[in-house]
Design a protein. Structure first.
Lengths: 308, 381
């Protein structure tokens, strides 16, 4: 059996009447990259704060790296890194000062500190910017600095709360390369995101909606186990067709992608193409293709109940 | 267990930030400098040259000499002359003048019959001697102005008559210790130390911690091993030095520019000041655990600052306030510090001789530390 870095059972947290997290069960294997996928406000940040000991759960058990939370939150701090959603290092300190400050906070000795800071500056391409104020850097640079700050003490477990929301696609790709490097070195990573392509890179992920876990597993598993088939239709008058199709209870969703309409049909229908062909608005010469599901399709099929 | 390494890390980070924040750094120096110069020159309770008018109903040589004699005291400055009393009252109401001297047409008779002159045959009756020679109409709403004019009530008229004054033996002899020249600035400068420290110490600490919360730094900090008291200590220490620098500026300039002596020992002075700085910083900490943002922190600072100026004895004597106000004043650290610093600077007393104030400041600091460390939670609940 592989070891677990995070284990949570029936975890709940309420803010007054709002149920931010409801009965969350979670198992994260050591050394893996685990993703929280969900829309804004679904409880991703709350879940991370519960798992880092920043918030106390209303009920449920949490065990992170062998520490029981919230009791051992202080002891856990030395072993985890946390990169907040908003840039939370000091804008009015330089890159190097920020890192040195964190190194001291984590109690690194002067010699180790110097070596580690220089090492991180080199890895994250910040050595040219070492004396620049953090506040004057671009989104991508700041994000790399924040990551460097979060792992300065070489934590076993790293929490990243929407790390790439303020970054361009190229920087995002590089950032994920760096995460895989860390994962390769044995760091367990828990990352929250609302980007499908990012979620797809995780070893495993949980889809959250309104504080409830709707599905979890590896991206491939999730796509295989999806309870719907995906048909792409090329036809005229797609806007109207979409409205028509949505009135069928078997059609879970229909989304237009350029000239195509991507329709999710419940898998109780064994022949989705034939099912759709019955519709009067679809002609025989229209093109219908059964396609491979994407993570977005998984997301759409397992959420939607609680959506406003 | 406290980690000095972490406290030092926060302390040096705070210094670096302060060094970069030119505005705040400038304020640290400019606030005491400008306010000392401003208040040192401006605040004066020895009132002179009050603008007044005159209604001269007698139009005699005597009345003109009388006006000149009064004018020579420099308490008032005659700026206007009116024909009748209605005009004069209107001028007071519209604040053109603060008071009007009304000289009646029988001023010479009144003067001759006046007790201080005693030129009379047959001797003046009681009714005659009790008649003043002229009258002041004063805008009495400002008690200080009224007091200054009232001091003219029994001014000697010897010069008017070129006659030696009747020798008067005072009932009491008054020896004015510590400020024999009665210069207001002697009392103002040490008091100003209290006011400025209250303002900057409370404001800087409360803002410094609230700022971290506002900018999101605190969310990062609380996931690190930093403990809340290490954070608070590291943030407070730089401001202790700032406070001492400000005190040095105020008292130093007070000494060189305004000639305010520092009679007590510098050690006593430093002791009293450190006690007050500690109390103010802790109050700033308490505010920082309540305020959600820097604006709120600022508002709460002003809330404390105003009574610290008005009730602490800085501007108005503590003894003149009603008992309830005295109780409120007793709560404020500034009140106790005003007593201590005036004691040390002006009267060369040792802090230990004013134990009550000393212990109050210590107690206030300890209580504040307790409250703020209870309130400052290291989680987001």
């Amino acid at each position: 059996m592989t070891q677990l870095a995070i284990q949570a059972k029936q975890l709940s947290r309420n803010f007054a009447s709002l149920k931010a997290i409801q009965s969350l069960d979670l198992e994260v294997e050591k050394g893996s990259i685990y993703g929280f996928l969900g829309p804004n406000g679904c409880g991703k940040t709350t879940a991370i704060r519960l798992l880092t000991g920043l918030l106390k759960p209303s009920s449920g058990d949490i065990n992170v790296l062998g520490y029981s939370l919230p009791k051992d939150a202080e002891k856990l701090r030395l072993n985890i890194g946390y990169m907040t959603q908003k840039f939370s290092l000091y804008d009015d300190l330089t890159v190097k000062e920020n890192l040195n400050f964190l190194a001291k906070i984590y109690g690194l000795s002067a010699k180790v500190q110097n070596k580690r800071v220089n090492e991180l500056l080199a890895i994250y391409g910040l050595d040219q910017k070492a004396n620049q104020l953090a506040g004057s850097m671009s989104g991508g640079q700041r994000q790399r600095l924040a990551l460097a700050g979060a792992i300065i003490h070489q934590p076993e477990l790293l929490f990243l709360d929407e790390p790439t929301s303020a970054v361009d696609p190229e920087n995002r790709r590089d950032f994920w390369e760096q995460l895989f490097d860390l994962s390769d070195q044995g760091t367990t990573i828990l990352v929250s995101t609302h980007y499908m392509d990012e979620a797809e890179r995780c070893h495993k992920l949980a889809i959250l909606e309104a504080g409830i876990k709707r599905a979890d597993g590896s991206p491939q598993q999730l796509m295989n186990n999806m309870n719907a088939n995906v048909v792409e239709i090329v036809a005229d008058n797609l806007r109207q067709l979409k409205q028509e199709l949505l009135s069928f209870p078997q059609v879970i969703s229909a989304a237009q992608l350029g000239a195509r309409l991507r329709v999710l049909v419940n898998n109780t229908i064994t022949e989705p193409k034939a099912f759709l062909m019955q519709h009067p608005m679809i002609n025989n010469n229209d093109e219908l293709t059964l396609v491979r599901p994407s993570l977005e399709d998984v997301f759409v099929t397992c959420t939607g109940e609680g959506r406003q | 267990m406290i980690s000095l390494l972490r406290v030092r890390a926060i302390f040096s980070k705070e210094l670096t930030q302060l060094k970069r924040d030119r505005m705040t750094f400038g304020m640290v120096i400019m606030i005491p400098l400008i306010q000392l110069m401003l208040f040192g020159f401006a605040i004066n309770t020895n009132i002179r040259n009050i603008p007044v008018g005159v209604v001269d109903q007698s139009q005699s040589g005597l009345s003109r000499v009388l006006v000149q004699t009064v004018s020579a005291t420099q308490v008032v400055d005659f700026v206007e002359s009116y024909h009748d009393i209605q005009q004069a009252e209107l001028a007071i109401a519209s604040a053109k003048v603060r008071a009007v001297l009304i000289i009646p047409d029988d001023v010479s008779q009144r003067l001759v019959r006046h007790a201080s002159v005693g030129l009379a045959s047959p001797p003046s009756s009681d009714q005659e001697t009790s008649r003043p020679i002229a009258q002041w109409l004063v805008d009495g709403s400002d008690t200080m102005i009224a007091g200054a004019i009232k001091s003219l009530r029994s001014m000697p008229l010897t010069e008017l008559l070129s006659k030696p004054s009747n020798r008067q033996t005072p009932t009491f002899e008054v020896a004015l210790l510590y400020n024999p020249e009665q210069r207001t600035v002697v009392n103002i400068v040490p008091g100003l130390v209290g006011v400025i420290l209250t303002m900057t110490m409370i404001m800087f600490t409360s803002a410094a911690i609230v700022r971290e919360r506002e900018r999101g730094n605190l969310e990062m900090l609380i996931t690190t091993p930093v403990r809340s008291y290490e954070l608070m200590l590291g943030k407070i220490i730089p401001y202790i030095f700032i406070g001492l620098v400000q005190v040095a500026i105020i008292l130093g300039l007070g000494y060189y520019v305004f000639n305010v002596p520092i009679n007590g020992s510098l050690w006593q002075l430093a002791g009293a000041t450190l006690l007050f700085i500690a109390a103010s910083l802790v109050l700033g900490l308490v505010i920082s655990t309540i305020a959600k943002n820097q604006l709120q922190a600022m508002q709460m600072t002003v809330f404390v600052l105003l009574p610290s100026i008005l009730l602490s004895g800085f501007m108005f004597p503590y003894e003149g306030m009603p008992v309830v106000a005295q109780y409120i004043a007793e709560v404020l650290p500034a009140t106790h510090f005003m007593r201590l610093i005036r004691g040390v600077v002006l009267r060369d007393v040792e802090v230990i001789m004013m134990q009550f104030d000393m212990y109050w400041l210590i107690g206030f600091t300890l209580l504040g530390l307790l409250i703020s460390s209870l309130r400052f939670k290291k989680n987001l609940d």
